[in-house]
Unconditional design. Structure first.
Length: 277
């Protein structure tokens, strides 16, 4: 363990130009980046979207763990980030422990915001929308036992919402049927009529909060973890210097650079298209 003096020394040894690496399966992690900009506007950022692996929610745990660990290993070697944020609930609930074991940089993950939802609910019934892979994880079971044992937590895997959010950021129409099906799936469960708080357990889903609010109707609050993630990154990098030498950029995996498809959205989040990884 580092002594206090060693820890202070380590802080000052961080290269001011070293970026924060924000990683997601697609562009959902931009919701986390938006909050990060609010608390650390001066921090250089590389946003990495594993669009070749999208969607994560339909893959097996082994596939996700191997893919995330492999990609982040190569990216940290190439870009030498000061910190890695896994801005993806599915990747975090499955691969966070493994990644922390193999990478020698601070790692901040993303987990469903069950704790704040339990504090917010008045009816005691909480809905949780995530990917199919996220909602079945033991990690989510533990969060429920620890923070919502006296509540009713209803879970639904909504893979359609991932593509709906991606389409919205590309400037394409959002399928209203996908939104309605997600809301109806939770409402139709025993006790679902009492839902007054919905956990958006995928970083893509806050992009659709307006559409989801309309589908669920009045009296329903939505909660996600982006602000908490940004605060944790700020805490772990407290005291470090920042120097942005180049514009922040977005990278995509796969055979096609998707920067043009998301050009307007990337610009809104202060990113330039950076090509393929």
């Amino acid at each position: 363990m580092l002594s206090e003096n060693s820890a202070v020394s380590a802080i000052h040894q961080v290269d001011p130009t070293a970026p924060i690496l924000v990683f997601d399966s697609g562009v959902g992690g931009l919701t986390v980046l938006a909050e990060l900009r609010n608390v650390l506007p001066q921090a250089p950022v590389i946003y990495a979207a594993d669009t070749a692996g999208l969607p994560y929610g339909t893959k097996t745990e082994a596939q996700i763990a191997a893919r995330v660990a492999g990609l982040l290993g190569r990216m940290t070697e190439r870009f030498a980030p000061r910190l890695v944020c896994i801005a993806c609930n599915t990747a975090s609930t499955i691969a966070l422990g493994m990644v922390r074991e193999v990478l020698e940089v601070p790692i901040v993950g993303t987990v469903p915001a069950i704790k704040p939802a339990a504090a917010m609910t008045r009816s005691g019934t909480i809905g949780l929308l995530g990917t199919q892979a996220t909602i079945r994880q033991a990690y989510v079971d533990r969060l429920e036992r620890e923070f919502a044992s006296d509540k009713q937590l209803l879970r639904h895997g909504a893979p359609e919402l991932v593509e709906a959010a991606e389409a919205k950021l590309r400037g394409e129409p959002v399928d209203p049927g996908a939104i309605r099906r997600a809301a109806d799936a939770l409402r139709s469960m025993p006790g679902g009529a009492d839902i007054d708080t919905v956990v958006l357990a995928c970083t893509h889903f806050p992009l659709l909060e307006e559409e989801l609010a309309e589908a669920f109707g009045p009296g329903v609050s939505f909660v996600h973890g982006a602000q908490g993630i940004a605060r944790q990154i700020a805490r772990l990098t407290d005291g470090q210097e920042y120097a942005r030498q180049h514009p922040d950029r977005a990278l995509f995996t796969g055979t096609r650079d998707l920067s043009a498809s998301y050009a307007d959205a990337l610009a809104r989040y202060g990113l330039e298209g950076g090509g393929l990884f």
